[in-house]
Design a protein around this ligand. Structure first.
Ligand SMILES: Nc1ncnc2c1ncn2[C@@H]1O[C@H](COP(=O)(O)OP(=O)(O)OP(=O)(O)O)[C@@H](O)[C@H]1O
Ligand SMILES: N[C@@H](CCO)C(=O)O
Length: 305
């Protein structure tokens, strides 16, 4: 009999920006990337659900690359493992699948190399890899995180929202983040930056006191990225209008898109999803929970004959 340590890593999805919080504000969502890990003689990733059917199955998988990066950074060797992968986070849809994969890779190294990394350290490593903390920070902490990432330091402030429902409209087409970022301008006027920052500042203040009416109004006044990306996502203006007629607080592009995200009064998420779905048959329209736990790990001892 061989006693073998197996463990499970659960990583939430996330939405970034909430409109004007470009590269800074994000929220963890109740869709999950789940890994079941056990020691093995060589690395393998075994996809068990449709969303991850096409991910690389060996050391070319992003989760391995991140785990190896972390092990090298701490100058330790990375034991090999067999990793079963389940996910219901659609890839390249603006729901932070790459951020979830990065956090999964960091957690793989954290567990396999016994690094005992703090959440702050995980967020710092992930922000350096991703370039911004808006998806990775809520993925680690859960809830909403307002972040600021520079070469020198990554700052985060966490908020646990209670009184709001979230509806996501997930189109059936992909939009790669790199392509959506390439559409952004390389210059922004001083006056434009002052105005756009003021909208973000009010968004953040309103989030802190859960003034969802003001949050919703600010969500719809972004000028950092949505004006340049709406050409890729025809659903955005339609959902915004419909949701407003319904009485939702506000609607914004989720991350780089194409998913569109609405905030609505607590208890009315299912009703809003049902109102939107019939006109959006090429989209998955869902009322979704806000994840408040962030990445988690459970250990389990399995007996193999
Ligand atoms: N579990 C995973 N394992 C390996 N690679 C993954 C995994 N999840 C995502 N990826 C990689 O990340 C890519 C998607 O990243 P991309 O940044 O374009 O979109 P996203 O993270 O889903 O959306 P956004 O950043 O706008 O929220 C996939 O095409 C795939 O290469
Ligand atoms: N803030 C990022 C999120 C997606 O990685 C963007 O909008 O491009």
């Amino acid at each position: 009999m061989l006693a073998m340590e197996r463990f499970h890593i659960t990583v939430p999805a996330s939405t970034a920006n909430l409109g004007p919080g470009f590269d800074s504000v994000g929220m963890a969502l109740g869709k999950y990337l789940e890994l079941t890990v056990e020691p093995a003689e060589r690395w393998s990733f075994v996809p068990l659900t449709q969303e991850v059917a096409l991910i690389p199955q060996g050391t070319d998988n992003m989760m391995y690359e991140v785990a190896k990066h972390v092990a090298d950074k701490f100058d330790v060797s990375l034991p090999s493992a067999r990793v079963e992968v389940k996910s219901n986070i659609p890839l390249a849809r603006g729901l932070g699948s790459s951020a979830s994969a990065i956090i999964a890779g960091i957690e793989l190294a954290n567990q396999l190399c016994e690094l005992t990394l703090s959440n702050e350290e995980k967020i710092r490593i992930a922000s350096l890899l991703e370039g911004h903390p808006d998806n990775v920070a809520p993925t680690v902490n859960g809830g909403i995180v307002v972040g600021c990432h520079t070469e020198a330091k990554t700052y985060t402030v966490s908020i646990v929202p209670k009184d709001v429902d979230v509806v996501v409209v997930i189109p059936n087409y992909e939009l790669k983040t790199d392509d959506a970022r390439n559409a952004l301008p390389s210059q922004f006027s001083f006056k434009g930056a002052v105005e756009a920052s003021a909208v973000s500042n009010v968004l953040t203040g309103a989030l802190l006191i859960e003034d969802w009416k003001t949050v919703g109004e600010m969500m719809e006044q972004d000028s950092f990225h949505e004006p340049y990306r709406e050409q890729f996502v025809p659903e955005l203006s339609f959902v915004r209008r419909k949701a407003k007629d319904f009485g939702a607080f506000g609607t914004a592009l989720s991350g780089a898109g194409p998913t569109v995200l609405c905030l609505v009064e607590k208890g009315r998420g299912e009703e809003l999803a049902a109102a939107l779905a019939p006109s959006l048959t090429h989209c998955l329209v869902e009322s979704i929970q806000i994840d408040v736990n962030g990445v988690s790990v459970e250990t389990a001892t399995n007996e193999h004959a």
